[in-house]
Design a binder for this molecule. Structure first.
Ligand SMILES: NC(=O)c1ccc[n+]([C@@H]2O[C@H](COP(=O)([O-])OP(=O)(O)OC[C@H]3O[C@@H](n4cnc5c(N)ncnc54)[C@H](OP(=O)(O)O)[C@@H]3O)[C@@H](O)[C@H]2O)c1
Length: 402
């Protein structure tokens, strides 16, 4: 068992986080000096890393990247920059909800376009969008707006493209939150017109999180990209939109890199991979006579409640450091074995993403009229797995849930 000795960990947490903060401040200053010394030609472009301005050059483990923060786009500047624009937000699912409400709360001119009387239409009305005023059907909204935010589900983007494309007239901007449709256009048939700016802002989280972080005064991290720059202002517009929809900091990418990393990540460590690993570990424990609660606690509960939050807040090295020497020795011996066993699976997965197989599968499945019912039936299977039923009971036992 990984022992984290709650009290010891708690006090070290506080003490170490101070050390980490101090170390980080020192490291940032040192990094800025190093970058300037090593790359004199780029010196004038490298901002001091302790600066309060939005744009920063950050050394990510040896690779310097540009990261933008919202400091460069205060609300007044956004209001001025977009004063003549109407955002037509097409689709009101997870992202439509989060991005739309954040844009509206930022004081920008937003209208919503969804199919009439669908579940999104009703949800939009509940959130205060008014039919005929700022809520329309899809075609009407695309006609009225000049920044067209295509936030339909990826399968629906493909399905509705023949209707939407002719309405994307010169002077408009096309916006996506995923590179899926344009990158795999041979499968999706979504080929943006060549005479308009086409940009992307992809929040790294669900629309619910885009909204909740914004309301807390924080901001999600997002990536942004430009597919087509007709006006010469597409890059700047994408950055401004990143902040307008509620991003706290923004990384530059390309449509291709965004879609490949996103599809890969969610099938891997973010969802599919971690689920598979939990199941494999749990099953072996059960086959060896461990009780359901013991198998669950050693597989999921301790991971999510004790160890993974440490990785999130202070890093993998910190998590190792917070555990017993017995745990550390074992994990240090076994992580390379897991890595070697799993790497070929990840290589296959990346190839399957890159060659379009994952896109094809997603489009075919999610275009079926009964796709929601089919997904629901698979989720029901997960709900009925012993491990996740045990989880429900274990969560109930947490003092805060009693
Ligand atoms: N969800 C995330 O975590 C996330 C994160 C980053 C980026 N993204 C990207 O953001 C975009 C939107 O994703 P989402 O998760 O917000 O989508 P979603 O929740 O699946 O939203 C679906 C929207 O599409 C509409 N729709 C579905 N089929 C339609 C059809 N045939 N005709 C017209 N409308 C249709 C739905 O309207 P009805 O209610 O009427 O069916 C709903 O408004 C996607 O490109 C996605 O990849 C998503």
């Amino acid at each position: 068992m990984f022992r984290t000795a709650a009290t010891r960990t708690a006090s070290r947490f506080v003490c170490n986080s101070r050390v980490v903060t101090a170390k980080r401040t020192f490291a940032l200053a040192t990094r800025a000096a190093t970058i300037n010394a090593v790359r004199p030609a780029a010196k004038q472009f490298v901002k001091p890393l302790v600066a309060t301005r939005g744009l920063k050059q950050i050394n990510f483990g040896g690779t310097v990247e540009t990261v933008y923060e919202r400091a460069d786009w205060p609300r007044e500047k956004l209001l001025d920059y977009f004063k003549n624009d109407t955002f037509a937000l097409i689709g009101y699912g997870s992202q439509g909800y989060g991005q739309g409400l954040n844009l509206r709360d930022n004081g920008l001119n937003v209208i919503v376009g969804v199919r009439k009387n669908g579940s999104s239409w009703k949800a939009a009305i509940e959130d205060g969008w008014v039919p005929g005023e700022n809520l329309f059907d899809v075609s009407e909204a695309v006609q009225k707006g000049n920044v067209i935010m295509n936030l339909l589900s990826d399968a629906a983007q493909s399905e509705t493209w023949p209707t939407i494309k002719p309405l994307l007239t010169e002077g408009k901007t096309l916006y996506f939150s995923h590179g899926f449709s344009p990158v795999f256009y041979d499968l999706t048939h979504v080929e943006p017109p060549s005479n308009i700016d086409t940009i992307l802002v992809a929040p790294k989280g669900s629309g619910r999180t885009v909204r909740s972080l914004f309301k807390e005064g924080r901001g999600i991290n997002s990536s942004y990209a430009v597919w087509k720059d007709v006006t010469g202002k597409a890059d700047e517009k994408a950055l401004a939109m990143s902040v307008a929809i509620g991003s706290g900091y923004v990384y530059q990418t390309t449509f291709e890199k965004e879609v490949n990393s996103d599809l890969y990540g969610e099938r891997g460590c973010l969802m599919g991979g971690v689920h598979g690993m939990f199941l494999a570990q749990y099953e072996v424990l059960r086959e060896n006579g461990h009780s359901p609660s013991e198998a669950f606690n050693e597989t999921v509960e301790e991971a999510t409640q004790s160890l993974y939050p440490l990785i999130g807040s202070l890093g993998m090295d910190y998590m190792y450091d917070a555990c017993s020497t017995t745990a550390r020795r074992g994990a240090l011996d076994w992580y390379p074995i897991f890595k070697d066993a799993l790497k070929p699976v990840f290589q296959d997965l990346y190839e399957s993403v890159k060659n379009g197989s994952e896109t094809k599968r997603s489009l075919e499945f999610n275009s079926q009229p009964d796709y929601r019912a089919k997904l629901e039936s698979e989720l029901e299977t997960i709900r009925n797995m012993e491990i996740w039923k045990v989880g429900k009971e274990v969560r109930r036992l947490r003092p805060e849930n009693q």
